[in-house]
Design a protein around this ligand. Structure first.
Ligand code: HEC
Length: 321
């Protein structure tokens, strides 16, 4: 006979269905992706059947120093900066693009891309891992091991924001998922959430954003990149008082949408890459004194406006090109 789980067990099952994405660990979560999908072509030169096999595109991804150094097109990885991290760009290109990676075999899954993204945004920490030091520049070989650090800044912030928060309501989680949201816990024991729509960005519209309203206070990271949300739809962000990171890359957002972000007092990272915003519209963000990074690559903001924006948002690292 089929037996239904008791209601309390059901609640547990739903909560367990929210995977935790606490600070991404390079060695156990990112390295295996590279090993499976990149290193065959991007490792130190080696002899294969008596012939020397060089890394493709002259790029090695088998060492931390090599990723940071990159190849012809500059660094493959810029910690904290997705737009400048070429290795992230190439896995997100259209599949028929000449530079789409990997060129053969399985592409990265949506979950793998989400992990890679979080890891780069968190500052791409390698932990103890150094990788293959063969061919490394002298300063890398001479580097002393880093002194152990205290808790990282974002961990202190998560703790602070979590203090007065309850865990998300299971019914609210289900409502969000029904509209295509992927919801992750930032840490196994944290009420804070990361939400994206990476399994179907073209179906994520204002209504999908509305479906998050009962989770609003818990959402610390929200990725709306490449979705079809509108300026008007951003009004729904009013209750997102824990929002630390907001990605609006390559959406139809322009200056009239920015006014709805003015109340996001905790916002640290804002990605407006490929939107139509201009320096004039960014004045609306002057209250966001916590902003640490602002990506304005391929927007209407002109290099001449940079100095003024820097005085408006003194703590923010602004990426223009
Ligand atoms: C089957 C071989 C192969 C695999 C697997 C592969 N690549 Fe590549 N990769 C290439 C080739 C070939 C090029 C050079 C393409 C060109 O310049 O036109 C390249 C170039 C690149 C570049 C540009 C280097 C530069 O600065 O010019 C990046 C970044 C890159 N690959 C990242 C990756 C990542 C990340 C993975 C894993 C997800 C990956 N590749 C998997 C073959 C591969």
């Amino acid at each position: 006979m089929l037996r239904l789980p008791t209601p309390s067990l059901l609640g547990l099952l739903i909560l367990n269905a929210v995977p935790a994405v606490q600070a991404v660990d390079f060695k156990t979560q990112i390295l295996p992706i590279f090993e499976k999908k990149c290193l065959e072509c991007h490792s130190a030169p080696k002899m294969v059947d008596g012939r020397r096999k060089n890394p493709k595109g002259d790029l090695r991804l088998d060492a931390a120093w090599a990723m940071l150094k990159g190849a012809e097109n500059g660094p493959a990885l810029v910690p904290g900066n997705l737009a400048k991290s070429y290795l992230f760009e190439v896995v997100n290109l259209p599949k028929d693009d000449d530079m789409f990676m990997p060129p053969e075999g399985d592409p990265l899954s949506a979950a793998e891309i989400a992990l890679l993204k979080s890891w780069i945004e968190e500052g791409a920490p390698f932990g103890e891992w150094k990788g293959n030091l063969e061919g490394a520049p002298a300063e890398v070989l001479a580097a002393k091991p880093a002194a152990p650090k205290g808790p990282r800044e974002h961990e202190l912030l998560y703790a602070e924001l979590s203090k007065t928060l309850k865990a998300a309501d299971p019914a609210a989680l289900e409502a969000a998922k029904a509209k295509g949201a992927q919801v992750f816990q930032l840490k196994a024991d944290s009420p804070l959430l990361r939400v994206d729509f990476l399994t179907g960005v073209s179906r994520c519209n204002d209504e999908s954003l509305q479906s998050l309203k009962d989770l609003a206070a818990n959402i610390a990271q929200l990725d709306l990149g490449r979705t079809v949300i509108s300026n008007e739809g951003l009004k729904a962000l009013a209750g997102f008082k824990s929002l630390i990171s907001l990605d609006l890359r390559q959406t139809k957002i322009d200056n009239s949408g920015l006014v709805h972000l003015a109340a996001l007092k905790q916002l640290r990272h804002l990605n407006l890459f490929g939107t139509q915003v201009s320096a004039e519209g960014l004045q609306a963000l002057s209250a966001l004194k916590n902003l640490r990074s602002l990506n304005l690559y391929q927007t209407q903001v002109k290099p001449g406006a940079l100095a003024q924006l820097k005085s408006l948002l003194p703590k923010a690292e602004i990426v223009l090109q």
